[in-house]
Ligand binder design. Structure first.
Ligand code: DGT
Ligand code: CA
Ligand code: CA
Length: 590
C-alpha cells in the first residue's frame, strides 16, 4: 500500500503530540512538527524524491533522525518510535487532542493532574467542576470542553478537504483509466468544497457497471468492501475514508451528478419546486408523468424546473434558490481572478524559502504582486522580526523590486495583536510598510467583549490594513474564539480596512457566513495563501472554494484588483509611498 507524504506527516504529528503530552523537550517536539509541515508543504511525492536518489536530509526541517524515520515508514509502514510511545500512554489519550480547544499542553495537564484519558472521564470531570481548578483552565474553558465533547459526536470522522483531495484525485485518475469509463466526477460535499468531507461520492459513466465496480474494488488502497452491486459499491480506504461509487448511464449523468452533489437540504427544496410544477425529480432525471424531460446535464435539470444554474458551492439551501428565482445569484469569484497575494512568509521567520524564491513561485501562479508578511517579534516560536530586522527586510524587498523580477513585491508584516489591542511593533516601523496584517495568536480565551474590543482597537491603528484569519479556528482542532464578527466587519468598513480569507487548508478562515456578512456590509475580503513554502500557493484554490461558499464575487475580493488599482485603493493621497512602491508603480504605468 502506497505511503503518502500525509501519512508520514501524521506519524510525526502524533509523535510530537505524544511527546508534548509526556512533557518532553520542546526542541525535540518542534523538530517533529517542522518535519510534518515540510512533508505537507513539499508539493512533491516523497517517494519520487527518494526513488530519484535525492538526499532528503537537505529538505528544511528533515535531519538524519527524521530522514531515518521517513525511510522506515516507507519501507515497513511502521514507525517503531511511535509504536513505543503509544505503549507508554493510554491508547485513547490522543482522541482527546481531536477536541477543539484541547492541545497537547492541556491534555498533559488533564492526564497528569486528573488522570483523564478518554472522553467519558473528561465529560464527567467537566460536569462535576474539577477541571476548572487546573492551572490554565478556568470555568469558561471547562464549559467549552463540555460543548466540544457534545459536538464531537457529529464531526469525529470527517476529513479536511485538502486531505480528502489527496485520496480523491488519484482514485479519480485510476477510475478514468478503466475500460469503458467515459466520465468520472467526485460529487458530494467534496464538490461543494465543504471544509470537511464525511465521505467521497464518486460518479462514473459507463455501460458495463459490473466491470467498473470490479476495477474499483481492486484499487490497491481499498481496505474494506462495505457493499457491492452492479451499479454501486461502497468501500473504506486504508486511510479510513469511505468512498461511495455509482455507475450511471450517459443519459442520467446530469441528474445523478446533481443528486449526489447535494446538499440534501438543497435537493429537497428543489424537489419541492419541481413537484409544484407537476414534475418528479430523482437521480435518473426530471419526469413529467413517465416522460423524461431532462437529466443529461445539470444545466438542463435546472432549466426544466425554471432555475438558472446554481454553482455547487452555493447548494446549501441558504437562500440560493430564492436568489436564483429572483435573478440575484452572485457571479462567483474564480481562481483566475486573483492578481495578488497579501500574505506570505520567508525564511526570515517560519517560512522555508528566500524572498526571491517566494516571488518566483507567486509569479508562476500567475500573480502580479505578493506581499511579504513575516511574523513580528512577539511570536518567538517563529523567530518573529523586530524593528531592525523589518527595516533590513524592506531593503531586501526594495532591492528585489529594483531588479524587476516580473512580479512586484510589497513590504509587509503579520503583526501580533497584543492582548490590549496594541500592535507588536512601533507605529514608526509599521508606517513604512505597505501591508500590515494584524493577527491574534494568543489569548484565544478572552471574553467576547474583551476579544472584540482588542481587535477593534487594533483596527484603529492607522497602519492596519487587514485582519488575518479572523475567527482563529483551526479546522477540527481549535474552535473560533468568541468575538462579535458583525461589529468587527462594520468597524472595518468605517475604518477602511479589510478582512483576510486565509486559504490555508487547516484554517479556511473567514468562515462562509462571515464572507456573506462582509459582502453585505461592503467590506472587501483578501484571499491569501499564508504561504510558508512554494507549494503553499496551491492553497489559493481552497481559499477560492471557501470564498465561493461565502457567495463572494470578483468585485468583493481585494486581491482581484490589478496592482495599479490596488495601490490607489490602499493608499490615501496623504500616505507616503515607499521608494519600492514608487518604483514598481512606475513600472506598471510607464
Ligand atoms: P458528507 O459526506 O457528510 O460530507 O456530506 P455529503 O453532502 O457528501 O452527503 P452524503 O455523502 O451523505 O450524500 C451525498 C449526496 O447525496 C448528498 O449531498 C445529497 C444526496 N443524498 C444522499 N441521501 C439523500 C437523501 O436521502 N435525499 C436527498 N434528497 N439527497 C440525498
Ligand atoms: Ca459525501
Ligand atoms: Ca456518501
Amino acid at each position: 500500500m502506497p505511503v503518502h507524504n500525509e501519512d508520514i506527516a501524521s506519524v510525526f504529528d502524533e509523535i510530537a503530540d505524544l511527546l508534548e503530552i509526556e512533557g518532553d523537550n520542546p526542541f525535540r517536539i518542534r523538530a517533529y512538527r517542522n518535519g510534518a509541515r515540510t512533508l505537507r508543504e513539499l508539493g512533491r511525492d516523497i517517494n519520487v524524491l527518494i526513488e530519484r536518489g535525492e538526499d532528503i536530509t537537505r529538505l528544511s526541517g528533515i535531519g538524519k533522525n527524521l530522514a531515518g524515520k521517513i525511510h522506515e515508514v516507507l519501507e515497513t509502514g511502521h514507525c517503531l518510535a511511535l509504536d513505543k510511545l503509544r505503549k507508554t500512554l493510554p491508547a485513547d489519550l490522543t482522541e482527546l487532542l481531536k477536541l477543539p480547544g484541547l492541545g497537547p499542553k492541556r491534555v498533559h495537564a488533564l492526564y497528569h493532574e486528573l488522570d483523564i484519558h478518554n472522553h467519558e472521564q473528561l465529560e464527567r470531570a467537566a460536569r462535576d467542576g474539577s477541571i476548572q481548578h487546573l492551572p490554565g483552565f478556568g470555568a469558561k474553558t471547562e464549559a467549552r470542553i463540555l460543548e466540544a465533547i457534545q459536538a464531537h459526536a457529529d464531526t469525529s470522522q470527517r476529513f479536511k478537504l485538502v486531505v480528502a483531495g489527496r485520496y480523491a484525485e488519484p482514485l479519480a485518475t485510476y477510475l478514468r483509466s478503466a475500460k469503458g469509463v467515459k466520465k468520472v466526477k467526485v460529487a458530494g460535499s467534496y464538490r461543494r468544497a465543504k471544509e470537511t468531507v464525511g465521505d467521497l461520492d464518486i460518479l462514473v459513466t459507463a455501460r458495463n457497471g459490473r466491470a467498473v465496480i470490479e476495477y474499483f474494488i481492486a484499487y490497491d488502497e481499498v481496505d474494506t468492501v462495505l457493499s457491492r452491486g452492479t451499479t454501486r459499491a461502497s468501500v473504506i480506504l486504508h486511510s479510513g475514508l469511505q468512498v461511495d461509487l455509482r455507475v450511471v448511464s450517459q443519459e442520467s449523468y446530469g441528474a445523478a451528478l446533481y443528486y449526489f452533489t447535494g446538499s440534501r437540504s438543497h435537493n429537497i427544496a428543489v424537489r419541492r419546486i419541481a413537484r409544484k410544477r407537476g414534475l418528479k425529480i430523482n437521480e435518473y432525471g426530471v419526469f413529467r408523468g413517465d416522460k423524461r424531460i431532462a437529466g443529461k446535464s445539470e444545466e438542463d435539470m435546472f432549466r426544466s424546473v425554471g432555475l438558472p444554474y446554481i454553482p455547487p458551492e452555493l447548494r446549501e439551501n441558504r437562500g440560493e434558490i430564492e436568489a436564483a428565482h429572483a435573478g440575484l445569484l452572485p457571479e462567483l469569484v474564480q481562481p483566475g481572478d486573483l492578481r495578488g497575494d497579501l500574505h506570505a512568509h520567508t525564511r526570515a521567520t517560519d517560512g522555508h524559502e528566500s524572498i526571491p524564491a517566494m516571488a518566483e513561485a507567486a509569479k508562476a501562479h500567475g500573480l502580479e504582486y505578493l506581499a511579504i508578511t513575516d511574523h513580528s517579534k512577539r511570536l518567538t516560536v517563529a523567530h518573529g522580526l523586530d524593528s531592525k530586522r523589518v527595516l533590513s527586510q524592506i531593503e531586501s524587498i526594495e532591492a528585489f523590486n529594483a531588479d524587476g523580477g516580473g512580479i512586484t513585491l510589497l513590504t509587509g508584516i503579520e503583526v501580533d495583536i497584543l492582548e490590549d489591542g496594541s500592535l507588536d511593533l512601533p507605529d514608526e516601523i509599521l508606517s513604512r510598510l505597505e501591508v500590515v496584517i494584524g493577527a491574534v495568536h494568543s489569548r484565544f480565551d478572552l471574553s467576547r467583549a474583551k476579544q472584540t474590543r482588542r481587535i477593534l482597537r487594533a483596527m484603529d491603528n492607522p497602519n492596519f490594513t487587514l485582519l488575518a484569519h479572523p475567527s482563529g479556528r483551526l479546522i477540527d482542532r481549535r474552535a473560533p474564539y468568541d468575538v462579535d464578527m458583525t461589529r468587527i466587519i462594520r468597524h472595518a468598513r468605517e475604518r477602511g480596512c479589510y478582512l483576510e480569507l486565509n486559504a490555508h487548508p487547516e484554517r479556511l478562515d473567514l468562515l462562509d457566513t462571515h464572507c456573506q456578512l462582509a459582502r453585505e456590509e461592503g467590506v472587501l475580503v483578501s484571499i491569501n495563501s499564508d504561504a510558508h513554502s512554494i507549494a503553499d500557493f496551491d492553497n489559493l484554490r481552497f481559499g477560492i472554494g471557501q470564498a465561493r461558499r461565502g457567495w463572494l464575487e470578483k468585485q468583493d475580493v481585494l486581491n482581484t484588483l490589478a496592482l495599479a488599482a490596488f495601490v490607489i485603493l490602499l493608499f490615501s493621497p496623504a500616505s507616503l509611498f515607499s521608494v519600492s512602491f514608487q518604483l514598481s508603480f512606475a513600472a506598471v504605468f510607464f
